[in-house]
Design a protein around this ligand. Structure first.
Ligand code: 5AD
Ligand code: SF4
Length: 484
């Protein structure tokens, strides 16, 4: 097999001149050079070169992976799911410690494969790479990794790959922060009919347990016109549902030269022809405005679902978490949302075992869960993240205590979710069909505006369509339905 680092007779290196200095032109230059390289290697190997992107973590990473996939497609790689590929890229998450462990484990396996396929390239990017200790560890103990980059420069993938092919050593390019937003790069959507879209990057909230502001940098919003144009292009290309992405969408637009509220942005997006559904995440309760509730209440396109992370129901713990709302303010907000947007589905994130959490604090969380009655809730055991203020707080909760609380909370959340989800049984609702059911190929799977999953009889021709469906049976977290 050919060595990818074989630098003899590399026609792809000649010609092409100097790289442009401005973006995105510079990246198109590198994509073209990478493509020439891919063509040459494909010819030598007698098959296409393959690339595999493995995505960990949140929607933000999923969207970043679509951009990375777009660059690789432009360069001529064939994308495959299997990690037995010519280029493997891990887009990592570090929000909780177990996410990091997973990556190290899988890298070990990848190393075995690479030993038999020396031409292969391995790259790591995403949140975990923004932690200096991680980079140190990989440089020392995972020498077989070819490229490391972070969250701020994913647009540079092609340039970094060309650099690696030309260099003899690991390429490391981590930016501490950036105010750069590079527009107009290729991307490859996972679904033809729906897409995530970044409206802002980074976070300024510094919740005391959270590593995100350190790995995703300061908050910056995209220009409304760039967002609107991107969605218009998507809608013309068949996208009916968009998910607006930001760590705290409710503070959208505050840092723009001409500030604009999130609610005002939604009003503009609503006007785009062809677009049928608008979702967004995540909302911080402290910044959720009455203007937003009003826009949600009067919109035909904004979905009847709001993800509103609670984190804790104890005002004392919320203060330690630096969340900047109280239990009462949260409950009051929920009431206002329910009054303004009847029948809305609420979901949440809750952390159990935050440092200093007492039994009383935990019962406050249980109390909010019983009062709000979430459609569903993601529950997490507190995970200590080095460098965050909470990591050095006294009274870290013993594991067994936290685990016991976690189990109690999960049981409660699931029981309530079962009851709440069932409220639409017997009604006809609109379902956007997303895919063939993974267990039973005679079924298709889609979602309500409320985000609840529905399985119904159907075939591939229904994918991407919004259908009227009678919800015949609720099975806990999902429905069975019949098209009407
Ligand atoms: N430990 C446990 N859960 C965390 N989250 C963020 N940081 C931590 C942590 N250190 C959870 C929060 C957030 C979700 C994405 O992850 O609930 O809303
Ligand atoms: Fe983390 Fe809080 Fe920012 Fe969410 S709002 S990303 S929990 S710091």
């Amino acid at each position: 097999m050919m060595d990818i680092n074989d630098r003899n007779d590399s026609g792809w290196k000649n010609g092409g001149g100097q790289p442009p200095q401005s973006e995105p032109q510079r990246q198109y230059y590198y994509m073209a050079r990478l493509r020439a390289y891919v063509e040459e290697k494909s010819l030598a190997l007698g098959r296409p070169l393959t690339a595999s992107i493995q995505t960990f973590g949140c929607q933000m990473n999923a969207r970043d992976s679509e951009k990375l996939a777009g660059i690789l497609r432009e360069a001529g790689y064939e994308q495959i799911d299997s990690e037995e590929a010519d280029f493997v890229l891990y887009n990592t998450c570090t929000v909780r410690e177990n996410a990091n462990q997973k990556v190290y484990g899988r890298l070990g396996t990848l190393n075995h494969w690479k030993k038999d396929h020396p031409h292969m390239m391995i790259a790591l990017c995403g949140c975990m790479m923004q932690e200096p200790e991680v980079v140190e560890k990989i440089r020392k103990s995972y020498r077989f990794v070819d490229i490391l980059f972070g969250t701020h420069n994913i647009f540079k993938l092609a340039e970094l790959m060309v650099t690696r092919i030309e260099a003899a050593d690991m390429v490391v390019d981590i930016w501490k922060d950036t105010d750069l937003v590079v527009e107009d790069l290729p991307n490859r959507r996972k679904y033809s009919f729906k897409s995530g879209i970044n409206i802002m990057f980074g976070c300024n909230n510094f919740c005391s347990y959270c590593i995100v502001p350190y790995v995703r940098g300061r908050e910056r919003s995209r220009e409304p016109e760039d967002i609107l144009n991107e969605i218009r292009r998507m809608a013309q290309d068949g996208v009916t549902e968009v998910m607006l992405l930001g760590q705290n969408v409710n503070s959208y637009g505050k840092t723009l030269d001409t500030p604009m509220t999130f609610a005002a942005l939604l009003r503009e997006i609503e006007k785009i022809d062809g677009l049928k559904r608008i979702r967004f995440m995540t909302s911080h309760p402290k910044d959720l405005s009455d203007e937003l509730i009003e826009v949600m209440g009067s919109s035909d396109k904004i979905c009847k679902h709001l993800h509103l992370p609670l984190q804790s129901g104890s005002t004392r713990v919320l203060k330690e978490m630096n969340r900047r709302y109280t239990k009462e303010q949260y409950l009051d907000l929920v009431e206002r949302i329910r009054a303004g947007v009847p029948d809305i589905s609420l979901t949440t994130d809750i952390i159990v075992g935050f440092p200093g959490e007492t039994q009383e604090d935990f019962l406050e969380t249980m109390d909010v869960v019983r009062k709000v009655r979430y459609d569903s809730a993601f529950t997490f055991l507190y995970s200590k993240r080095t460098g965050t203020p909470a990591a050095s707080m006294p009274d870290q909760v013993p594991e067994d205590v936290a685990k016991e609380r976690f189990d109690r909370l999960l049981k409660e959340v699931q029981e309530i979710s079962r009851q709440v989800t069932a409220r639409h049984v017997g009604t006809v609702q609109q379902v956007l069909v997303e895919e063939i059911n993974r267990q039973d190929a005679s079924l298709v799977t889609g979602r309500l505006s409320h985000n609840t999953v529905v399985h119904l009889p159907g075939d591939a021709s229904m994918i991407g369509k919004i259908l009227d469906v009678k919800l015949t049976e609720c099975r806990g977290f999902y429905y069975l339905g019949e098209p009407v």
